[in-house]
Design a protein around this ligand. Structure first.
Ligand SMILES: [Zn+2]
Length: 147
């Protein structure tokens, strides 16, 4: 599988069996590759947003802006879990609770939720507002990878 380095964004080919016994490291910068974290959405906060999202480099990061009380957010959550499980380092799925992280919500002018923000190289590339079918979100992620 291909795992993008969280530090420098380099794409590394990782042998899944070897990764069980020995922690894989990035071929370019040498940091430990986070193989497990690619399988579930990553929780980001105001405090970690810059590092986890804006500094993720060439790997597109989709940020699901959600809240506890939001029904449609619960509808879209399983879709994002699936996309995260299928990511294999090609992109990152992240979740931001807008009630707990208002600084980021205000910064990106989140007015309705769910809003999905797609970042690449530290800039906002695409915005998806409301519940969308998985295919539509996957297409946006593919476009972001090619961009
Ligand atoms: Zn690296």
């Amino acid at each position: 599988m291909i795992v993008s380095c969280a530090q420098c964004g380099a794409r590394n080919r990782v042998d899944e069996n070897a990764a069980q016994s020995r922690k894989p490291v990035c071929g370019r910068c040498g940091v430990e590759l986070d193989v497990a974290q690619t399988s579930a959405p990553r929780v980001v906060t105001d405090a970690t947003f810059a590092r986890e999202v804006l500094q993720a480099g060439q790997t597109p990061v989709l940020v699901d802006c959600w809240a506890e009380w939001c029904g449609p957010c619960r509808m879209i959550a399983p879709v994002l879990d699936q996309l995260a499980a299928e990511a294999r380092g090609q992109y990152i799925i992240a979740k931001l609770n807008v009630d707990e992280n208002q600084q980021t919500a205000v910064r990106f002018q989140i007015r309705s939720i769910p809003t999905l923000l797609i970042f690449k190289n530290g800039t906002l590339l695409d915005t998806i507002i409301g519940v969308q079918p998985k295919q539509a979100i996957a297409q946006k992620l593919e476009r972001a990878q090619a961009a």
